[in-house]
Design a protein around this ligand. Structure first.
Ligand SMILES: C[S@@+](CC[C@H](N)C(=O)[O-])C[C@H]1O[C@@H](n2cnc3c(N)ncnc32)[C@H](O)[C@@H]1O
Length: 195
């Protein structure tokens, strides 16, 4: 962490960030929020050298794993954000992201905890500002009432158009998805386009 974070990490707070300046090129940018161990960000960055990926995660071991893979695989199109992804969005230019991914966000299952969920009307504002018109918000969860909440929150926003979709084959299966399947839960993918 000490050695690699300064090389590949973007600070949560700071002055406005220009993605083309960070990556040294003009390319589509994907932000993954809460990527856990980083399987999706790593797979996307390795298999799609034409895109740039920002992996934001609070959990230190997940960031450490991504940093180790960046170095081991010589990835130049991936950066990590060690901290709150929504706070970090304040640094990004309006309409600078092509896709935002929120896969298996923390479920906060108790009714009184639901306001803490990432996909919440109070929290989508910063994300939507950064998503370019035509850009995609991709989500997946194994929690049925979170699916309902995602649909309710996104359908209420006139700038988003979409809903439940087939499993996106660009999404890597992580231990959170496997845990959901093993427990007999249904996995639901959603995709909303910014109109
Ligand atoms: C249930 S895990 C899912 C991990 C991964 N997306 C997957 O599918 O395997 C949710 C992750 O979101 C992270 N997280 C929660 N709130 C976050 C935030 N505001 N910014 C960045 N990461 C966040 C948590 O630390 C946790 O690792």
């Amino acid at each position: 962490m000490e050695r690699l974070e300064p090389l590949w990490s973007l600070d949560v707070d700071g002055p406005p960030l220009d993605a083309p300046a960070v990556f040294g090129r003009q390319a589509p940018v994907v932000l993954e929020i809460g990527g856990g161990a980083g399987e999706n960000a790593l797979a996307a960055a390795s298999t799609r050298p034409d895109i740039d990926v920002i992996a934001a995660e609070v959990h230190t071991p997940g960031i450490a794993r991504v940093l180790a893979h960046i170095e081991a695989n010589g990835l130049t199109n991936l950066r990590v954000v060690h901290g709150d992804a929504l706070e970090f969005c304040a640094r990004l230019a309006t309409a600078s992201l092509d896709e935002v991914w929120v896969f298996f966000p923390d479920p906060w299952p108790k009714p009184r905890q639901r306001q803490r969920r990432i996909v919440h009307s109070d929290r989508l504002g910063p994300l939507l500002r950064c998503l370019r018109p035509g850009g995609l918000l991709r989500m997946a969860t194994d929690i049925d009432d979170y699916v309902e909440q995602m649909v309710q929150v996104c359908d209420a926003l006139p700038e988003l158009d979409g809903g439940i979709v087939e499993r996106w084959d660009g999404r890597v299966m992580t231990r959170f998805e496997i845990k959901g399947i093993d427990a007999g839960r249904t996995i639901t993918d959603l995709a909303y386009r910014r109109v």
